[in-house]
Write a protein that binds this ligand. Sequence first.
Ligand code: HEM
Ligand code: HEM
Length: 184
Amino acid sequence: MQLDTSTTLSPITRTLHWIVAVGMISLLAIGVFMVETKTYSLYSWHKSFGFIIFFVVLLRVFWRIKNGWPQAAGNYTKLEHILSKLVHWLLIVGTLLLPLSGFLMSSLGGNGVEVFGLEVVARNVDPANPQKALAHYPQVASFFHSVHHWAGYAIIASVFLHVAGALKHHIIDKDSTLKRMLKE
Ligand code: HEM
Ligand code: HEM
């Protein structure tokens, strides 16, 4: 199995990076949109894709543990090293925290989780009002709701920093940081 080297990133690193990147950016955008515009029809799509991406994220975390972090592609300053490492950690932890907090908030809040129509956690219907769900643990669910909200916004900020860093390497430093994430 090909591992990352100082000049190239392995096909596994590139494939997992781009699946998770496209998935995360879409879920962040859909999440904010559906909450701000109260588009409840999008909730089940958001939950389904969010649940599925968690397993790709797990694969990616195992791959990072086996392979280690990619070495710098150029002569970065110490500050750049610290910043890029910090943002990479925030992004990796965020990709775990968002699906986990989303799953816990919906399950413990009684709304349940369905993945493309397949029931993973049943909805806890209120017998007095079948339109409503009853929370199993309202306080814990509300804690994970806050985690989902704040971690979501923190990751959005981290993605902007991350993309700005990648573009800076490509346009200003003209090194291979972005190119080696795109092709061998
Ligand atoms: C990588 C995966 C995920 C990302 C990036 C993500 C991101 C987001 C974001 C940014 C919001 C808007 C937060 C706000 O404005 O308060 C949101 C809302 C929401 N997410 Fe996720 N999410 C993910 C996975 C999940 C999963 C797996 C579930 C449940 C199984 C879930 C359930 C929800 C629900 C129910 C809301 C609406 C909360 C409300 O009405 O205030 N999410 N998500
Ligand atoms: C258009 C969007 C994106 C671009 C252009 C981009 C570009 C890059 C580049 C060039 C690297 C290699 C950095 C190096 O060699 O030191 C990288 C690594 C990384 N990126 Fe992104 N990225 C994007 C979106 C994302 C998103 C949305 C996430 C997660 C939420 C993410 C998470 C990571 C992580 C954790 C690494 C460290 C290496 C790895 O685990 O594969 N990226 N990205």
